[in-house]
Write a protein that binds this ligand. Structure first.
Ligand code: PRT
Ligand code: MG
Length: 214
């Protein structure tokens, strides 16, 4: 049995065509069903639906053989025990620093001000500001970072931006790009050795489907 860990929403949607290219179709829609384990048309392949941030953990411990996770999530997790053979070029966005429209970010930097930053991506943010030689106070949030600067919790946020609509709707502006983000295929290292005959054709089909789209 091959187990593939996925999150609902954009990753599931953008993975469906890749699975199809490997001859795999889910028999149920995770948005409609409450089931956490979904059967597929292939009796030897099942999908498990987990929180996006939990995908690397399931694969690391071998509860899933394969998983699909954003680079943002993998960077925070650290990637121990995971083989990352393929950038799937899906769920693309950018990790950015953003502030209120009326906040002078670069002026504060020049003055050497110590900024308060809210983020879910503490490790990524710490490394980014340390590399710039900036001292910041990081405050961990689990969602809606955009609210932080609006209510005085922080001067800046580190968050993902795709269309920019959320920043605009909340009178925020992006001031710095940290990195480009896309989702990656992750593979359990032991599974790769023990189940290579089954996993390799799936990985090859993904790889060809990604190349065909570029
Ligand atoms: O939503 P939930 O709390 O359950 O979990 P999650 O946010 O971890 O999962 P999900 O499914 O929302 O995101 C899964 C992955 O999609 C992330 O790990 C990213 O790699 C990728 N991705 C791509 C994004 C976005 N684009 C994105 N725009 N993840 C989140 N966003 C959010 C962003 O945090 C911000 O709040 O969307 C908002 C900004 O979007 P725009 O279009 O308004 O700029
Ligand atoms: Mg989300």
């Amino acid at each position: 049995m091959i187990t593939i860990a996925l999150s609902k929403g954009r990753i599931f949607e953008e993975t469906t065509p890749l699975l199809a290219a490997a001859g795999i179709t889910a028999l149920e829609d995770p948005e409609a069903s409450r089931k956490l384990i979904l059967s597929t048309n292939r009796p030897d392949v099942r999908l498990i639906i987990v929180r996006a941030t939990d995908v690397p953990t399931y694969v690391q411990y071998g509860a899933a053989d394969l998983g699909i996770a954003g680079k943002d999530v993998l960077d925070e997790h650290g990637g121990e025990g995971l083989y990352q053979p393929l950038d799937l070029q899906i769920a693309k966005c950018r990790m950015m620093v953003a502030v209120r429209e009326d906040f002078d970010y670069f002026g504060s930097l020049r003055r050497g001000a110590r900024l308060k930053v809210v983020t879910k991506y503490v490790k990524t943010a710490r490394e980014h500001f340390a590399a710039k030689g900036m001292h910041v106070d990081l405050i961990k949030l689990y969602g809606s970072m955009e609210l932080g600067p609006l209510v005085g919790l922080a001067d800046a946020i580190v968050d993902l931006v795709s269309t920019g609509g959320t920043l605009r709707a909340n009178n925020l502006k992006a001031v710095e790009a940290i990195t480009d983000i896309s989702s990656r295929l992750v593979v359990n290292q032991a599974s790769l050795k023990l189940k290579r005959d089954t996993l390799q054709p799936i990985m090859d089909a993904f790889s060809q489907a990604v190349a065909a789209k570029q």
